[in-house]
Design a protein around this ligand. Structure first.
Ligand SMILES: O=C(O)CCC(=O)C(=O)O
Length: 414
């Protein structure tokens, strides 16, 4: 009898396994992605997992091991957002996704026209622009610039180059997948995958383009030439922006450039695949940038939002314009005069979104230079608010912390 039961049970197991195998082969997902999907249990909207009630570390690792990023999940036909991406309920971007009504408020970040600034030197015009840059940096920490001199076809090409990187053959793309910060090109999904409380619906690649650019052959072939060309344009623009920002602080035009604020450039290409449940997650969590300034090129999709007076304000795409934002390091050296403001990116249901973020900082190099509040800005009424630091130490603190919604600056406050 016991033997018969064993035979029946073994037959049943065999049948079940055959059924499962044919089911699996019916579904055309790659085996890696299938494993990922099986392990990364997708919950429905009303089953909200708390951070503690599943083995997040192992699910995150399974996802990382695919080296296919969020795009890999979408390509595999995923219809529910796996729980590693879920925000805690109180942080859902409720009624605020890209698919919903645009933010009701009329507030918009300033758009500053740089026309005439360089070619046709006109002191009155320059003063006007400097005043606008100063005011936007103090109140918003964000502004858009038009007529910045980077040709529209270069902007189009770099967006296409980034899109091309993420949409190329997965096996070729995977060669760049790494968490080694010292590689010339770093492609992965979520730099803070193992420390952040919720994973973002975003893949990214990063290249350190200045002061020591990678050998051209180390750059991804699909966007190699345009990365080099775009970097040259952004470096020139960065130098101009640091002149304007120096003047806005009442310093000589070369002050911030002389402090090496424009020495280091990291270019990040972000890819936000369409998301089946954008209400549960974010493309990029709330954070402020760990650099002096960021020059951001976004495509037409939208989703970037800035936290202003406790409201999330959409940074609407303006064709041909670039977004500039003040980073933590400029807030630190300007002793809180300029503000590094928190921002986030919403996930969206319909189309992939591409953005190219150019970070000015040398934090990825072990340079000995020490940064603290600029002496010329200090007085008895304006005592230093931050302790001095190397950019390497600042970066290390930012990276260990991850995008957890808190400011990296707090750690450096006096
Ligand atoms: O993709 C965007 O619009 C913003 C990206 C961003 O916030 C960042 O790179 O820090």
């Amino acid at each position: 009898m016991a033997n018969m039961l064993l035979v029946v049970s073994s037959n049943l197991t065999h049948l079940w396994s055959e059924l499962w195998q044919s089911l699996s082969s019916l579904i055309s997902f790659s085996s890696t992605i299938l494993q990922t999907q099986t392990k990364m249990v997708a919950t429905s909207t009303n089953e909200v997992p708390s951070i503690a009630n599943y083995d997040r570390k192992s699910e995150v690792k399974t996802f990382d091991d695919t080296k296919e990023g969020v795009k890999g999940l979408v390509d595999a036909g995923i219809t529910k957002v796996p729980r590693i991406f879920h925000l805690p309920v109180d942080q859902y971007p409720i009624n605020n996704t890209c698919d919903s009504e645009p933010t009701k408020t009329q507030l918009r970040i300033p758009v500053i026209d740089l026309e005439g600034l360089e070619y046709d030197y006109n002191p009155t015009k320059r003063k006007e622009i400097v005043a606008k840059v100063g005011e936007a940096s103090e109140t918003w920490g964000f502004f858009q610039i038009a007529n910045h001199d980077i040709p529209v076809d270069v902007l189009e090409e770099i967006k296409n180059g980034v899109r091309g990187f993420f949409e190329q053959d997965t096996e070729v793309k995977k060669e760049h997948y790494t968490r080694d910060r010292f590689r010339p090109v770093i492609y992965n999904s979520n730099f803070d995958l193992y420390s952040a409380p919720a994973t973002n619906w975003r893949d990214t690649f990063l290249c350190n383009m200045a002061p020591n650019p990678p050998k051209p052959e180390d750059l991804p072939q699909v966007c190699r030439d345009i990365l080099v060309e775009y970097s040259k344009h952004v470096m020139k623009l960065g130098k101009l922006l640091f002149e304007l920002l120096s003047e806005a602080l009442g310093l000589k035009p070369s002050h911030l450039n002389d402090m090496d604020c424009s020495l280091g450039l990291q270019i990040l290409g972000h890819y936000y695949p369409p998301c089946p449940q954008p209400e549960l997650t974010l493309g990029t969590s709330k954070h402020a940038d760990n650099d002096f300034i960021t020059v951001l090129l976004q495509d037409h999709i939208g989703g970037l939002q800035v936290l202003h007076q406790n409201n999330w304000i959409d940074v609407l795409p303006v064709p041909g314009a670039l977004v500039v934002n003040i980073g933590d390091l400029l807030q630190l050296i300007s002793n809180d005069r300029f503000r590094s403001v928190q921002h986030r990116v919403l996930a969206n249901r319909s189309d992939p979104r591409v953005s190219v973020a150019s970070f000015f900082s040398t934090g990825f190099l072990a340079l000995p230079r020490i940064y603290g509040p600029i002496k010329e800005l200090l007085s008895e009424d304006n005592l230093p608010k931050y302790r001095e630091t190397t950019l390497k130490d600042f970066n290390a603190h930012f990276h260990n912390k991850g995008l957890d919604g808190t400011s990296a600056l707090t750690h450096f406050k006096l």
